[in-house]
Ligand binder design. Sequence first.
Ligand SMILES: [Zn+2]
Length: 268
Amino acid sequence: MKGIFDTHAHLSMIDKRGIAIIPKITELFASGMAGIIDIGTEADDLTKRIAAYGDFSKIWFSAGIWPSKESIENRYEAVKKLTDEINQAAPGKLAAIGECGLDRHWNNDSSGVNLVHEAELFSLQLDLAEKLNLPVIVHSRDAPEETLAVLSQFPRVQSIIHCYSYGPKEAEQFLALGSYLSFSGTLTYRNTENLKQTLAMCPKNRLLFETDSPYLAPLPFRGKTADPGMTTETYRFAAEKLKMNWEVLKKQVLENINRVFKIDLSGI
Ligand SMILES: [Zn+2]
């Protein structure tokens, strides 16, 4: 477990699924886990999450608004609320804006969601990230071209494509914009050849791993509630695919995390 870092977990959602999260993360850190980024999805969840997990020195936070119908409709109010929450947060705890982005699986022509407004909610948060000099954790589902179009309007914002789900062709375009690609447990699934090909072509200094727990548990845990410790399986799988020494891969990913999130990992 030494050196494993989960860049995307929803700790309070894991707790709601019946895994007592405080003992779980206490145990993970005791066994050498390097860190976790706890991810926000709503305008007003940061304060609550910092109150719950902020005492752990190896937990950092992101804050962002997931593109739900309600948040898209109330995008200006939502981003104002998010900004207020961020302004009140303890310095040094916030590592990124997000997750935010485009979800064309749920938000499509028949969903009644205004897609221009969805892109606007995303842009407003990229703008906020630029002002705060923070990277953005991007949720992009069934919308590679649309996501690239919005991101390219913010060349100074560093982006992380979380739970990367496209192929190498799209990856080339994201990488050209400077994005990092974060692979979840889906990398280990049998039907994701596109992800394995992407892993093989992704420069090592743009690689990240995550669980997106409680979702997407990697093999052999597929179907179970995921927890951050399961990132180990995804690292192990990637090291094998890349024919890379496991320790070298972990060290490389920690360097990437340090660079993109500006997280000080010197004590780890
Ligand atoms: Zn997520």
